[in-house]
Design a protein around this ligand. Structure first.
Ligand SMILES: [Zn+2]
Length: 498
């Protein structure tokens, strides 16, 4: 008899972002990574066979029921002990006679998901008048620290202490290993990241998730014969994890340049496991990095990554895959928790588009430059603010290809010397009705200079050409609405540099 054990970390984001302190956030993220890596030993001591461990999850096969059962308990106990509030869920699934491996995995997964949902999600809150509440998370009972005179809970203390160690995390190490002779200074706060932004004081949060990864894995496993199926499972999980991490590392270095000694390298990674990725960068680099990340992910997933250092190389799956990206741009002091929610909403919106275009399997992106919290779901807010009389004042979400065009058009306008004080004229007329907007844009075009190499007038006409806007600034959709990318362009304008 054979037993398959699947496991997956619970509430990663809730745990990692229980606090606003950057050090504790990355400490929590690193602690989860360490626990995940330790799991390999735990499988060995329980005489199991590792199939895959990585990205906060994993799978193993056991011959002995009791050993498998003990492993599940030991694993869950270890997580609870180390993180206090985050846990891991394991599921033990016996093999059924004559079933293919993928069916076994699928059944185990369904049970694992169900068990995760059933788990008690309540976090103990302090309601005892004699207990102090933790200063970092504001939720758990705190212990006093006689040295620093601080009241911090056990969960946050672990996160805080690990914060000093986070550099050993795989993604930071990957960047450090690329510049071995440069001592890298990592940011201590979101202000450190905002300072490197142009305009100063803004950060961008990038959230990415792979599209239909479960479905892809199933297809891969179904095509295998029984001898190679576990290898394929491992290869798939490893490829997704590495393609995500390396696409981000390479996109960041390509766009931010190599680290410089004694200068802060303004990037923080919060979640990098499996196909999930969440990072903060200076605002003006967020959309370009996200777009490059999407391109590189597609490439690495299909063809793998090669290089001089064999540790950085991996095999691709030989087929396409795509990601959905959300990018939220805001002031550096914007509450991180709300910003993450916004980025997640944007990512969901991008994913919906990817789902509609699934025949082509395209990567998509949605973005928002925000000064206030989303008070209602993104779609509702957009319907209220950006839609009237069959007009839709946004083309978001975009495919990565279209978004690259949008970014290049902004750069074209900037290079042409398009006057900064005319940027508002790119979106204000859109609220005056369809025909009035057409007239306003004709006036705007006629007033722009047509002198020089690539004059502003020509740069704006190029926008109309690239997005097939006719009559400028509108494009008629198949369902008889008029849409335009001009407000999107104006919203991003300040966050794209030459
Ligand atoms: Zn706490």
């Amino acid at each position: 008899m054979s037993y398959l054990v699947l496991f997956d970390t619970d509430r990663i984001q809730e745990y990692v972002f229980a606090t606003q302190k950057l050090r504790a956030i990355r400490g929590g993220s690193f602690l989860l990574e360490c626990l995940n890596r330790e799991t390999t030993n735990l499988i060995e001591t329980h005489v199991g066979q590792e199939i895959y461990v990585g990205g906060g999850a994993g799978a193993a096969r056991f011959a002995d029921y009791q050993k498998a059962f003990d492993f599940c308990n030991a694993l869950e106990a270890r997580y609870r002990h180390e993180t206090i509030i985050a846990g891991i869920t394991a599921w033990l699934e016996p093999f059924q006679k004559a079933e293919p491996f993928w069916q076994w995995v699928e059944r185990a997964e369904m049970h694992l998901r169900r068990r995760k949902e059933e788990k008690d999600r309540s976090i103990p809150l302090v309601n005892n008048p004699y207990a102090k509440v933790c200063e970092l998370c504001g939720r758990l009972p705190a212990e006093g620290d006689p040295v620093e005179n601080k009241f911090i809970c056990m969960a946050c203390r672990r996160q805080w202490n690990e914060g000093a160690e986070y550099k050993h995390s795989l993604i930071y190490k990957a960047i450090e290993d690329k510049s071995p002779s440069t001592p890298i200074t990592w940011p201590e706060s979101l202000e450190d990241i905002g300072q490197a932004s142009d305009p100063e004081g803004y950060i961008g949060l990038i959230y990415s998730d792979g599209n239909r990864m479960g479905q892809r894995r199933k297809t891969e496993l179904k095509q295998c014969n029984s001898t190679e199926v576990e290898t394929k499972y491992r290869q798939f999980s490893e490829c997704v994890d590495k393609a995500t991490r390396w696409a981000m590392v390479d996109a960041v270095i390509e766009l931010m340049g190599d680290p410089v000694a004694n200068k802060i390298y303004p990037v923080q990674f919060f979640i990098t496991g499996g196909d999930d990725m969440l990072a903060a960068v200076p605002a003006h680099q967020a959309v370009p990095i996200a777009l490059r990340f999407g391109e590189l992910f597609e490439h690495y997933y299909e063809s793998g990554r090669s290089g001089a250092d064999s540790r950085d190389c991996f095999q691709g799956m030989g087929q396409g895959a795509s990601v959905a990206l959300g990018v939220a741009l805001a002031k550096q002091n914007y509450p991180l928790h709300s910003l993450i929610n916004t980025a997640r909403e944007l990512q969901k919106s991008a994913k919906q588009m990817a789902w509609k275009e699934r025949e082509q399997d395209v990567s998509t992106i949605d973005f928002l430059a925000t000064s206030s919290s989303l008070l209602q779901p993104l779609q509702d807010q957009r319907a209220e603010e950006l839609e009237y009389d069959n007009l839709r004042l946004t083309q978001r979400p975009y495919t990565i290809k279209e978004a690259n065009i949008l970014v290049e058009l902004i750069r074209g306008l900037k290079r042409s010397g398009f006057p900064r004080n005319k940027v508002n004229d790119l979106w204000r007329p859109l609220y005056r009705g369809r025909l009035a907007a057409c007239l306003d844009f004709l006036v705007l075009l006629s007033r722009l200079s047509d002198q020089g190499g690539t004059p502003p007038q020509q740069a704006l006409v190029k926008v109309a050409e690239e997005f097939a806007l006719s009559p400028f600034p509108w494009k008629l959709t198949a369902d008889f609405n008029y849409i335009t990318p001009l407000l999107d362009l104006a919203e991003l304008y300040d966050f794209i540099n030459l």
